[in-house]
Write a protein of this length. Structure first.
Ligand code: HEM
Length: 497
């Protein structure tokens, strides 16, 4: 009784609160001893105010802010955001080692209120991810994606692009939509056996929606992984849900058409293969994650990733070429010497084109289109370099920081293809390049991406000379961390004879 009275008195209450605060502080300090170093941040909010302030006041992008923190706290550091622990890897070896671990195979849970249901390959975790990944790798392999036989499909698109650009001689134009369309035709043919014409205004709107989805996904970021916050109807979240529903409905239309005419003896594309697999597991009475529920999102992720990342890399490539005319001239001189003017370049020429290859590697380094990769989540606690990383930690690979690390690259802000060439003009194989991330969830489309970048870039350089419009200097400023893209720009072309 006396004890209770003491606790209720103001002195007692202050003592109890003080003890609780000390215990809490000790717990935080004790836990932090086992974590990689990092900034403390505010209670619960963690580093949110910091990112918000440097973003709003100084225009610093998320990947740049994380690179500044890495310079201070180390290439493996941690902090909290909205009560969640975040581990940031800014070192290639660390990414390769950590992302190889089974407990890092998951993605953070993301809630999009009123968004489409189901889990696609890029966002799924656990068994849903494992099965969809294995299925996708098998089907891409079956269709020869990334293998020499697939080259002609890409080259056909590249030739169509060349004829459209040839008509633009004498005018300035923004290459964004043209590049998106030719790249998207490669992936839509693979997924749905469909293609689109260059003048198709409705499809252009669809491609613009895809770009907007990518940017809104990136900007809504961490808040979408906190259930209560993700349900606050901000204008960008409402817009994102609208766009995702529109996109899911478009894909649903394709699924229905495919189902109506499905011929299980003649599977034409990825969607046919998926439907066939679904029906087979159903007939055998097996439980599977290759399901009607996941199909729509799976197609969406492949379409989105297969269109946005490559077309953005190609936009960067044209920007670097108009900003660095000397590099463009050297690429063209090499193409002329090795390929000649009578035919277009092919993949078989690639080994004999070291400067062109080095230029493509430098484009990928300097562009870092997937600047922060895609976040992983630890499903269990794990030890790494003596630290104990708890379950439910978000783990990020800062691709941009690795590609701009002054300890690895001399003058990282400079565009210099030579950095990828050895003394005998051979490509330096073990360069610290990681555009597709690493480990078990490494980009599933990387072979296709490398092939497309070579075919489209070499065709464009072989056929046209690209130059900037006007006298102002070309800006290599990028924006966005989820899909880092250049600011809009215009080009002019001259056909090379
Ligand atoms: C320049 C082009 C590309 C870049 C820079 C790129 C980059 C990346 C990165 C950094 C990741 C995250 C890997 C991780 O979680 O650690 C990723 C995942 C992914 N990419 Fe790509 N990508 C490109 C092209 C493509 C293409 C053409 C496709 C479609 C075939 C594709 C489909 C995917 C998918 C589905 C995932 C999720 C894989 C998973 O979660 O298991 N990407 N990509």
């Amino acid at each position: 009784m006396e004890m209770l009275k003491y606790i209720c008195s103001s002195v007692g209450m202050t003592t109890v609160i003080l003890c609780l605060v000390i215990l809490l502080a000790l717990r935080v300090i004790f836990k932090a001893r086992y974590l990689p170093p990092g900034p403390w941040g505010f209670p619960w909010l963690g580093m949110v105010p910091y990112f918000w302030l440097v973003g709003r006041l100084d225009g610093v992008q998320r990947h740049e802010a994380l690179a500044h923190l890495a310079a201070r706290y180390g290439k493996v550091f941690s902090f909290t955001v909205l009560g969640k622990l975040v581990l940031v890897l800014s070192n290639k070896e660390a990414v390769e080692e950590v992302f190889r671990r089974q407990e890092l195979n998951d993605r953070p849970k993301v809630w999009i209120k009123n968004g489409p249901k189901g889990e696609g390959l890029a966002t799924a975790s656990g068994e849903a991810w494992k099965q969809q990944r294995a299925f996708t790798v098998r089907i891409l392999d079956k269709f020869g994606v990334g293998k020499p036989a697939f080259e002609e499909k890409i080259a056909r698109e590249a030739r169509s692009l060349l004829s459209v650009i040839a008509k633009k001689e004498g005018q300035s134009f923004d290459p964004k939509h043209l590049l998106m369309l030719c790249v998207s035709n490669v992936i839509t043919e693979l997924l749905f056996s469909t293609k689109h014409e260059y003048g198709d205004a409705d499809y252009m709107k669809h491609l613009d929606a895809i770009r907007e989805i990518t940017h809104l996904m990136g900007s809504s970021g961490a808040a979408n992984s906190v259930y209560l916050l993700s349900h606050i109807p901000t204008p960008s979240r409402i817009r994102l849900a609208e766009l995702l529903s529109y996109e899911a409905n478009t894909i649903e239309g394709m699924i229905k058409t495919h189902l109506d005419i499905l011929d299980r003896g003649n599977l034409r594309d990825y969607l046919d293969e998926y439907l066939n697999e679904m029906l087979s597991t159903c007939e055998e009475g097996l439980q599977s994650e290759i399901s009607r529920e996941n199909l729509n999102r799976n197609l969406s992720h492949l379409f989105l990733a297969g269109t946005e990342n490559i077309s953005t890399t190609l936009r960067w490539s044209l920007l670097f070429m108009i900003g660095k005319p000397d590099v463009q001239a050297r690429v063209q001189a090499e193409l002329d010497r090795v390929v000649g003017r009578e035919r277009l370049p092919t993949l078989a020429d690639e080994p004999s084109l070291p400067y062109t290859r080095a230029t493509m590697l430098e484009i990928q380094r300097a562009a870092s289109t997937a600047a922060l990769g895609a976040a992983h989540r630890s499903s269990r606690s794990f030890s790494y370099r003596g630290w104990t990383i708890p379950a439910d930690t978000t783990v990020i690979c800062n691709v941009w920081a690795i590609h701009n690390d002054p300890e690895i690259w001399q003058d990282p802000a400079e565009f210099k293809p030579e950095r990828f060439l050895g003394e005998d003009n051979e490509i330096i194989k073990d360069a610290c390049l990681i555009p597709f991330s690493a480990g078990n969830r490494v980009c599933v489309g990387r072979h296709l991406a490398r092939m497309e970048i070579f075919v489209f870039f070499s065709h464009l350089m072989h056929r046209f000379h690209f130059r900037k419009v006007g006298n102002s200097p070309v800006s290599f400023q990028g924006h966005g961390s989820f899909a880092r893209e250049p600011l809009d720009f215009q080009v002019e072309v001259t056909e090379r004879k």
